[in-house]
Design a protein around this ligand. Structure first.
Ligand code: PLP
Length: 380
């Protein structure tokens, strides 16, 4: 981790309270601002109210980008960014391993707008190359991916996109800007569901985008029409959360590494998916492009286990739909994010029916291990 990240987390973009000298940014709830003799007309849908701007500045600094924008959800950020660069007649190449909501956006909406798309067959460079057409305008990746923690070589894909004048986008949610800064590797646009690590406490719903000024301007113009803007109050809460992002993510990294190694050595665990262990097929790429391996991991139990019962036997780890909170949570992708697919479609992606996704929290790592251990032993 670059050692100035924690300072950015705490201070960058804050609104100075000049009236009372308070130590934190005041919340400006106004939706109506003086428009005479000002350089910009402030209005929440213009992405330029004081608390919204805090988030834009913070995410830009954390991602080593020129500018940033805050949205009301991760999907608002993703859809607005994609539609800003795609119009009727265009084509987009997307990694096959992407978040379910992003997959649905593309597969359920793009046809209506005359935008064609291809999902790759894998995440090697050749898989992206072979899908590019003369009208391809965007390449979209997610690494590490959900739920298999697949790793894509970011610099290689970014270079491929640049060589063909294609805009590259990445969903950087799983890594967080603490573990991975794709703009340094040549990516044009970085997107996060801030509902996850940036928020980090399972109580914020938001999204962010970071890029150069020109692209951010383009995305903001589209965003004004779509209206998926973040509220002042959520912006304030998100600012508060990002202050501890660096310290939280360091702890998530440490705990997940420890738990991944524990699970890998447990006789009832068939397979562990975590980019920080040497058995991960893309461990070397992960090592090259990540500063830490994150708090997410997945694992498969051997066939004797009832995987639903296993989750109920856990005492501290919560079976829970979302991820990246300070508390450890677990879910079965075949019952949740990937339930709209058939068993065969899941299998084609490598997602087995017994695959469990664990979001490792910041509790004492021995306590997380003990909870998993008692649940593993319970069914033996
Ligand atoms: C949750 C998530 C999203 C969608 O974000 P929302 O805030 O739920 O709209 C996108 N990408 C990834 C990787 C996610 O985990």
């Amino acid at each position: 981790m670059k050692n100035n990240k924690n300072t950015i987390c705490v201070h960058t973009g804050e609104v100075k309270d000049e009236q009372f000298g308070g130590a934190v940014s005041p919340i400006y709830m106004a939706t109506s601002y003086n428009y005479l003799d000002v350089d910009q007309k402030r209005y929440p849908r213009n992405f330029n109210t004081p608390n919204q701007e805090v988030i834009g500045k913070k995410i830009a600094a954390l991602e080593n980008a020129e500018a940033g924008l805050a949205f009301a959800s991760g999907m608002a950020a993703i859809s607005t960014a994609l539609f800003a660069f795609l119009e009727s007649g265009d084509h987009v190449v997307l990694a096959n391993q992407i978040y379910g909501g992003s997959f649905n956006l593309v597969s359920q909406e793009f046809d209506k707008y005359g935008i064609s798309y291809d999902f790759t067959n894998g995440v090697e460079l050749k898989d992206f190359k072979e899908k590019i057409k003369t009208n391809t305008k965007v390449i979209y990746i997610e690494t590490p991916s959900n739920p298999l923690l697949t790793i894509t070589d970011i610099a290689a894909v970014a270079e491929l996109a640049k060589s063909k004048n294609i805009v590259s986008m990445i969903d950087n949610t799983f890594a967080s800007p603490i573990n991975q800064t794709p703009i340094d590797l040549g990516i044009d646009i970085v997107i996060h569901s801030a509902t996850k690590y940036l928020g980090g406490h399972s109580d914020i719903f938001a999204g962010v985008v970071a890029s150069n000024k020109e692209y951010i301007h383009k995305i903001a113009l589209k965003g004004k029409n779509f209206g998926g803007n973040i509220s002042e109050f959520m912006s304030y809460l998100l600012e508060r959360s990002i202050k501890t992002l660096g310290v939280r993510v360091e702890k998530h990294n440490e705990n997940a590494q420890f738990i991944a190694e524990f699970l890998e050595n447990h006789p009832s665990v068939v397979k562990v998916y975590y980019p920080g262990i040497k058995s991960h097929p893309n461990y070397e790429i992960a090592k090259k492009q990540m500063h830490g391996y994150g708090g997410m991991l997945s694992f498969e139990l051997n066939e004797e286990f009832d995987v639903v019962e296993f989750q109920k036997t856990l005492k501290m780890i919560k079976p829970s739909l979302s991820l990246a909170g300070v508390e450890s949570t677990i879910l079965l992708p075949s019952l949740t994010s990937h339930s709209p697919m058939t068993k065969e479609e899941r299998q084609a992606l490598g997602i087995s029916e017994s695959l469990l996704r664990l979001s490792v929290g910041i509790e004492n790592k021995e306590d997380i291990k003990a909870d998993l251990e008692q649940a593993l032993n319970n069914q033996l």
